[in-house]
Design a protein around this ligand. Sequence first.
Ligand code: NAD
Length: 503
Amino acid sequence: MPEVYHNYIRGRWVPARSGAVFESINPATGEVLGICARSGPEDVAEAVAAAKEAFPKWRKVPAPRRAEILYRAAELLVRRKEHYARLMTMEMGKILLESRGDVQEAIDMTYFLAGEGRRLHGYTTPSEMPNKAAYCVRQPVGVVGVITPWNFPFAIPSWKIIPALVCGNTVVYKPAPEVPILGVEFVRLLEEAGLPPGVLNLVLGGDDAGAALVAHPDVRLISFTGSTEVGLQVAERCARMGKRVSLEMGGKNAAIVMEDADLDLVADALTWSAFGTTGQRCTACSRIVVHPKVHGDVADVLVDRARRLRLGNGLDPETEVGPLVSAAQLEKVERYVRIGQEERAVVLVGGERATEGALARGFFFRPTVFDRVHPRMRIAQEEIFGPVVDLIRAETLEEAIQIVNDVPYGLSASIFTRDIYKAMRAIEDLDTGIVYVNHGTIGAEVHLPFGGTKFTGNGHREGGLQVLDVFTEWKSVYIDYSGRLQRAQIDLEPVTFKLEGSA
Ligand code: NAD
């Protein structure tokens, strides 16, 4: 019998009130991995009540002490990295190498942000009045609702939950329904590290549980990562309720390959960016904008690489590309390949499900390269989120930049060139939150801000110290020790004084 996974509310593991459940499925084999609580609004309400009760206590715990718990969590992550990685490969499908990277990102983020427990800097500044002190400090926001997608089951929750906690907020976490067991494991880890009850609560379930969390009046901030379609609905609801909301949404990332690029590097980097994680990274490269002089070479090498990639169960060390996460995702990718063909783009390789042998049991799709793609085709404009990449020609750097920018999204872009002038021009003019030079579109590090422009985000950044602005409110403090009323902007005495012996 598969294990049963519960919600975590008020420091206790409890089933959904209704008793409803759903299955977690291994996308490589179809095996049922666990039976999970399907939460409704009543479970969300209990979790929010617990977080609300814990907030006044947690915010008073000195930040360095809060951070000690997070350091312990980081140490547990290090110790159990292999265990979590294997589980991730089983539940989400990405290959073991990448699952280890996902856990490593959570380790990096947890150490990095636990360090903020001894910083969380505000600043002091002179007042415009004499005998008056002025400074500002960060304050926690309150109960935070964290809603995450399935593609980075440890990294993404760590980007949100760890900064939320170090800043003194309490959290209700709703992971994606594709990866509930990893959600449970992440919370167990923090429980074991010593988080007091109510500080972090978990509600497993689907979209309705997410919607209930967004709609709950006691949740002060929603931190959401997922599709643009859902993110905008979340933002609309939050706006009406006067809530803070931080959104990380879809992408349509692109790499520019100029005529002077190192083509061996391009082959390695773009095979990885387009087909790594089966194209299911928010920063995956889905468009290659290429100079006509090297177009043929780039197409040949990518087709060759795509054809040779070994598909299979990610637990097998030989596997290079795992399955898509779900039947729905597989159908979406298939649909987009059909759309591309109807738009008269040409499939150079792939373009179909992979069903030979054991692959028939999972959600496998062959790495696919489209050629003759016009930048305004739907396959060049809309997020596919699978192992599909478009080749688009551009005669000049200006045209290439214009094509990269001409999509609704703006997460990540890259340029391959040996010419410093072209690289600098691209860095300046690409309208994305992340730019790489001579590197694919993936590979962010935790201590730099992460996020995108246009419909990829709403102006916030995760990662870096910038994430602290999501999870704190600023409080400005004035201490007047003059002993009299001093009115700012009004009681401004002229700056005059005399020295002994002066006129
Ligand atoms: P999704 O939008 O379908 O779901 C994301 C989360 O929102 C899930 O937990 C889901 O249950 C929940 N949800 C769905 N409807 C909701 C509603 N009405 N109210 C509240 N919550 C709701 O996305 P997904 O399929 O899980 O993930 C893939 C998407 O995530 C892609 O578009 C990808 O680009 C994006 N993504 C973006 C980033 C980034 O940093 N920009 C990172 C990873 C993934």
